[in-house]
Design a protein around this ligand. Structure first.
Ligand code: G6P
Length: 369
């Protein structure tokens, strides 16, 4: 097992560090930035179905559901196709409206999640075209779907999903870009800019991994916190959810992720000097809005840990701790902002003496309901 961990103390840490290379594996042979092309067999073969889609319904569970939420923002902005994201477990039992012109995208790392599988069967029975985004090759979901694209992240052993999440987002971004090209919903220059940006994302993820020491330092301060709040807006709202999920999964600290502006409708009541609030505040996106959310936390004495773009000055003034990440476009930022949050959860869990790779009560794949 030590050999399999490749010199890392845990599979989770190894998998976090694999992200620059597995994201490359995900887009290799598919993303051709110089030629302005994206080629994915499962998408090309079914391009008409995607282009005729009146709606995309994404079904998934857990971290894969969070990747689906990021994809909702990306698909709607890039392709203008309406998207709904559903927990597979809810979708399957609520007699959902499924039309023949709906495209259902099922996201699953393991390809074995029972609820996701049931949602796929239901969608198929109702005549929808079902596309899978799976990591495990030959898995049940990859076989049950009409077509799909693998994430090529390699085996993910740590129960808390890390590299599966970022590679799912990579695949979904490529699909959205391919459709945007066919539909003409992005200008040529913006389309090319995204292709180029995606190609260099692994380098930026590598740079984001340099936040490890900072994450460790912050972990030491907050490892005994009973609660933690994660806030983000837009593309980084799902990242806030994912950050909170990572923390609760492996450190057993109660954590909540929230869209930053919704804070005033509830969570703000919890904020006092004992409450660490992790705010995802990159320069692109709704920066000014986030800054005012941070001010609201500060005036209630919350402890602010902010993930900011390198060189940020405004948030630095307000936050107790800052974690600097490289700049990228708003739409691709989840691939970067997620990294320090993974590291923060990892270090907190290690410092609390938790079993990082096999947290209590959780399973890597949930094959029963
Ligand atoms: C379990 C795992 C999570 C995962 C979820 C969905 O809860 O512990 O890490 O996100 O299942 O799994 P899937 O394999 O369908 O992505």
């Amino acid at each position: 097992e030590q050999i399999e961990k490749g010199g890392y103390d845990h599979f989770m840490l190894k998998e976090i560090y694999e992200q620059p290379s597995v994201i490359k594996d995900t887009y290799r042979g598919r993303l051709h930035a110089n030629e302005g092309l994206i080629q994915m067999a499962g998408v090309e073969d079914n391009l008409e179905k995607f282009l005729n889609a009146e709606r995309i319904i994404i079904v998934a569970c857990g971290t894969s559901w969070h990747a689906g939420l990021v994809a909702e923002y990306i698909f709607e902005e890039f392709t203008r196709i309406p998207v709904e994201v559903e927990y597979a477990s809810e979708f399957r039992y609520r007699n959902p409206i499924i039309n023949r012109n709906d495209v259902v995208i099922a996201i699953s790392q393991s390809g074995e999640t029972a609820d996701t599988m049931a949602a796929i069967k239901l969608a198929k029975e109702n005549g929808a075209f079902v596309f899978g985004v799976c990591n495990v090759v030959g898995s049940s979901i990859s076989r049950e779907t009409h077509a799909g694209a693998y994430t090529h992240a390699g085996p993910e052993i740590g129960v808390a999903s890390t590299k599966a999440f970022t590679t799912q987002i990579t695949v979904l971004t490529m699909i959205a870009l391919r459709l945007a090209k066919a539909k003409g919903t992005l200008s040529t220059s913006v389309f090319h800019a995204y292709l180029n940006e995606l190609e260099i994302i692994p380098e930026k993820v590598k740079e984001a991994l340099e936040t490890n020491e900072k994450a460790k330092e912050i972990a030491a301060v907050f490892k005994d916190a009973p609660n933690c709040l994660y806030l983000g807006r837009g593309y980084n709202f799902p990242v806030a959810l994912e950050g909170a999920l990572k923390l609760k999964e492996i450190s057993y600290i109660h954590a909540e992720g929230y869209p930053a502006a919704e804070m005033k409708h509830g969570p703000i009541a919890l904020i006092d000097e004992l409450m660490p609030v992790i705010v995802i505040a990159p320069k692109q996106g709704h920066y000014d809005k986030i800054v005012s959310n941070i001010q609201e936390i500060k005036s209630r004495s919350g402890k602010i840990i902010a993930v900011v773009t390198k060189g940020d000055t405004q948030v630095r003034e307000l936050a107790d701790y800052i974690i600097e990440i490289p700049e990228t476009s708003d739409a691709l930022s989840p691939l970067i902002t997620t990294i320090p949050l993974q590291l923060l959860s990892y270090h907190i869990a290690v410092m609390r003496g938790c079993n990082v790779d096999q947290p209590r009560n959780l399973a890597k794949s949930v094959t029963v309901e």
